[in-house]
Design a protein around this ligand. Structure first.
Ligand code: UD1
Ligand code: MG
Length: 453
């Protein structure tokens, strides 16, 4: 149990973006949301995000997943934490400080750092990493016995100090009341004229408190994002983590490097995901499915044993044993039942298709309720829009819809009706009827010879 404070007030100039840096996404989730989620998973019972640059936008995007403290002017990391001093004062145990632009930090690491801090009985523990190239980071200065003395920023470091390759990750575990004490004493007398949070370590040592460092195992976890290149690097790492997690859960992936799966997607075991598939937020896929090459699923719920080939499914649900595609487009608000066929170049929108129905090719069904075991011939179109309003088409069970039928909605078709190919249906069809709505064929024999004379 601890309070976590996430620093997210900075501009993020190098992103060259109208959007605050921490709202940029990695695998479909905002940078700072990754950090918020990791700290909650690690046991934070209260999360406070420090916002400043475009604060309203950040607040609106994150909603009530975190408390907020406003830092009007960015006067340094120490100053940022001071804005949350009321939350810190109200904390009985520990405070964990994290950065809103380091999405790769794992819950497990935060947990371990908190445990380490408790085990050692330290008032401040800084999370550190050993980097081959430490340029730009604050360096951890230790005494001859290996004890942490202080952190020196790159801009304030001597030539000797610049050679140190143990760096400050910018993440810390503090005893709450010791942090309150130290924040009060920070002075902005450094190269950048800022209130450095890093100065709290020296202040606490001088006050006789215990200060230490917890070295991280995987340096990737402290990667901060400053520009779009780093954003992409972090996303590549996150993408492999996500894909690996699914593979370990029993999902087969063909060329996983080409598969993009967002954070909260669920996939059942023995499902196969083929190359270049995109699975976006909210998507849930059952067991024994095939999601074929190039498919895009966004907020789609797919039940067991479904095969989807090179198709797009948005905000819709597909029941078990159904086949979709290749090249089908299922637009928002569709429910496709069990054992249905949605074939090539079929578009569905805002429609319910009941069990056993076959829509094999080149068909548009919008704003419709289709019953069970209906067979659609090629090229059926629901004319659901009159230029102003949209109307529904309702088709009963066991109907046969001939090729090239147009339904000029609103239309109701009773159960067991047959519609002749090429019909333009403008009136309701009673059950068990045959409807023919096309011009009668006329054959003029010998016509060609007469014309050629
Ligand atoms: C900081 C550390 C440095 C460490 C590095 C790790 C200090 C003085 N230095 O340096 O030792 O190696 O992080 O990445 O703490 N922020 C605010 N308000 C501010 C200033 C910053 O909210 O007034 C936020 C930023 O948005 C960012 C985080 O704090 O998320 C870190 O700030 P940044 O300016 O990147 O610090 P660094 O110079 O990188
Ligand atoms: Mg930084």
């Amino acid at each position: 149990m601890f309070t976590s404070i996430i620093l997210a007030a900075g501009m993020g100039t190098r992103m060259k973006s109208n959007m605050p840096k921490v709202l940029h996404k990695v695998c479909g989730k905002q940078l700072c949301k990754w950090v918020i989620d990791a700290s909650k998973e690690a046991g934070a019972d209260n999360v406070v995000t420090i916002i400043g640059h475009k604060a309203d936008m950040v607040k609106e995007a994150l909603g009530n997943v975190t408390e907020f403290a406003l830092q009007n002017e960015q006067k340094g990391t120490g100053h940022a934490v001071m804005q949350a001093v009321d939350f810190i004062k109200a904390t009985e145990g520990r405070v964990v400080i994290l950065n809103g632009d380091t999405p790769l930090i794992n819950a497990e690491t935060i947990k371990k750092a908190v445990e380490y801090n408790a085990q050692k009985g330290e008032q401040a523990t800084v999370i550190t990493a050993i980097l081959p190239d430490a340029t730009g980071y604050g360096r951890i200065v230790r005494d001859n016995d290996g004890g942490v003395l202080k952190i020196v920023e790159q801009k304030d470091a001597s030539e000797e100090e610049k050679k140190i390759n143990e760096v400050n990750s910018g993440m810390y575990v503090f005893d709450a009341q010791s942090l309150v004490y130290a924040l009060d004493k920070i002075q902005p007398n450094n190269a950048q004229g800022e209130y450095y949070l890093t100065d709290t370590l020296e202040i606490l040592l001088k006050a006789g408190k215990k200060v230490g460092a917890y070295a991280i195992e995987d340096n990737d976890e402290i990667r901060g994002i400053n520009d779009r290149v780093q954003l992409n690097e972090a996303e590549n790492i996150m993408r492999s983590r996500i894909n690996e997690m699914h593979m370990r859960n029993g999902v087969t992936m063909r060329i996983p490097e080409s598969i993009y799966i967002e954070a909260d997607v669920e996939i059942g075991s023995d499902t196969e995901i083929q190359p270049n598939v995109t699975l976006k937020s909210g998507t849930k896929i059952g067991c024994d499915c095939v999601i074929g090459q190039g498919s895009v699923l966004d907020n789609a719920v797919i039940h067991d044993n479904v095969e989807i080939l090179s198709s797009v499914i948005l905000n819709s649900e597909v029941d078990e044993y159904t086949h979709v595609g290749p090249f089908a487009y299922i637009r928002p608000n569709c429910h496709v039942g069990k054992d249905v066929k949605v074939g090539d170049f079929v578009e569905l929108k805002n429609s319910n298709i009941d069990d056993g129905t076959k829509i094999s090719h080149l068909t548009y069904i919008g704003d419709s309720d289709v019953g069970k075991r209906v067979n659609f011939g090629c090229g059926t179109v629901t004319c659901n829009y009159d230029g102003k309003n949209k109307y529904r088409t309702v088709i009963g069970d066991d109907c046969f819809v001939g090729c090239n039928t147009n339904f000029v909605s609103p239309i109701n078709v009773g159960d067991n009706a047959y519609i002749a190919a090429g019909s333009t249906i403008t009136e309701d069809i009673p059950e068990k009827s045959l409807s023919i709505a096309r011009a009668k064929q006329v054959n003029k024999e010998g016509w060609t010879d007469k014309r050629n004379k």
